[in-house]
Design a protein around this ligand. Structure first.
Ligand code: SF4
Length: 435
């Protein structure tokens, strides 16, 4: 770590954050990063010199533990510590000490839009101003060579370049990741995406993140080419990743050989064993059919890899009319079988965890909630809390990014807490995050 003071700024390069993802109610940083602190803001950069975090240090900033984060998809996300949730603790709702606020319809459950707060907007103005000031300074002042190199990295990542880089990432993998598995919250949504299959089986009518394509696995050549290009894309910042997302909406359907080939090749190429952040993690989505078709061999092979693997399955409902209303062409018996298989795999494999999603919304009948309660009652005491249940808040106006009125919001949260109370498994709200 090298520190330097320059015109009321403290510049630190290659600062070391935590080497394990940990849940905390204060701003924790993971891996290696560089930082510029002014009297008003803290700006943090990844090892490519791309802006990653901004946190206000002035009295007008909403809360000292809140910050803005820029994703590899070039979205800015405000991390709130929960002043917005006036109901119960944020940790009870989402399993984390913070709420990442991306503007999606289902995320509007909180009735909170930090981007309309002028004190948040001012952070972006401050970032532009810092960029301009640094540019002037490096032309004018004597600066040690390593700090000068760091500043050059920042200058090579202006807004246009950052936008182009996100497009490049999407072009390497062939599409934007419209939603990450909810389990990626365990690594702060910091995953390397690798697409092994496109499209999905069901095309449910409630889904605002689906692709129009039918399910199609990618070829081995395509997967290997993505890995080669992704390694070059992440470049010197690769060491800050310990997690792989095998996409897209039903990677489990790509089958044993393709999943294990992709995971093993990525493990070697991305050198997760040498990451600054320990304990590699693998994430996948799977459909009900893919889970039921998956043979023991797949789980045995996955468990022999050095990943902790999360597979997230969209079960949605155990009530036939509800399944019909969302256009999910599955029988209740199949949903129940998938749920039991999830419990069995979670018991059997120490490093594989299957999690499931169900829908939550005022438009669903009491039978939807009743059948869900019955299903959850079948969870044995010995489940060891493995297998989180995520409830996806769904609104009638799902496709429009509006803020829900407070009465509807409270009703939905009330339903959520009722389900959470009777479930032996961890139960949280599903937040949609894209990449
Ligand atoms: S919920 Fe899953 S299966 Fe249904 S349309 Fe969306 S991505 Fe496809």
């Amino acid at each position: 770590m090298i520190s330097y003071s320059l015109n009321n700024m403290a510049i630190t390069i290659e600062k070391e954050g935590a080497s394990h993802f940990t849940k905390a109610g204060y701003p924790m940083r993971f891996g290696k990063y560089s930082e510029i602190r002014t009297s008003e803001y803290e700006f943090q950069f990844n090892l490519k010199g791309e802006i990653k975090f901004i946190r206000g240090l002035n009295v007008n900033w909403p809360h000292p533990s809140e910050w803005l984060k820029r994703t590899d998809g070039n979205d800015w996300v405000f991390y709130s510590v929960g002043a917005v949730i006036d109901y119960k603790g944020i940790i009870d709702c989402v399993g984390e000490y913070y709420l990442p606020c991306l503007i999606y319809p289902s995320n509007s459950l909180w009735g909170f839009n930090p981007y309309t707060d002028p004190n948040v907007s001012k952070a972006f103005v401050a970032w532009s101003q810092l960029y301009a000031n640094l540019y002037e300074m490096q032309r004018r002042d004597r600066i040690p060579p390593n700090i000068r190199d760091f500043l050059s990295l920042i200058f090579s990542n202006d807004e246009t370049t950052l936008h182009k880089e996100s497009k490049k990432l999407h072009s390497i993998i062939g599409e934007r990741v419209s939603v990450l598995p909810p389990d990626t919250r365990h690594v702060e949504y910091e995953v390397i995406p690798l697409i092994i299959a496109d499209g999905c089986l069901y095309h449910c009518n409630f889904c605002c993140v689906k692709s129009p394509r039918g399910f199609q696995a990618r070829s081995e050549e395509n997967i290997l080419e993505q890995i080669r290009q992704l390694k070059a894309f992440y470049d010197c910042n690769l060491g800050n990743y310990n997690a792989l997302f095998l996409g897209n909406h039903d990677a489990l359907g790509a089958g044993d050989e393709r999943i294990c080939m992709a995971a093993s090749e990525a493990l070697g190429a991305f050198e997760f064993g040498n990451s600054y952040i320990k304990n590699p993690v693998l994430f996948l989505f799977g459909s009900v059919d893919s889970l039921l078709k998956a043979e023991n061999k797949l789980f045995r092979n996955l468990s022999s890899l050095p990943f902790y693997t999360y597979i997230n399955i969209g079960l949605e409902s155990a009530d036939a009319p509800t399944l019909a209303s969302i256009n999910k062409p599955l029988k209740i018996s199949v949903i129940r079988d998938a749920f039991q298989k999830m419990l069995a795999i979670n018991q059997e494999y120490g490093n594989i965890e299957i999690t499931a999603n169900f829908l939550l919304g005022e438009q669903f009948s009491p039978d939807h909630y009743q059948s869900l309660a019955e299903l959850l009652r079948s969870v044995p005491d010995s489940s060891h809390s493995k297998g989180t249940i995520y409830l996806s808040p769904l609104m009638d106006n799902q496709k429009r990014p509006t803020i829900m009125d407070s009465q509807k919001r409270n009703d939905l949260l009330q339903s959520f807490f009722e389900i959470k109370k009777l479930n032996r498994l961890p139960t949280y709200l599903y937040l949609i995050q894209r990449l």
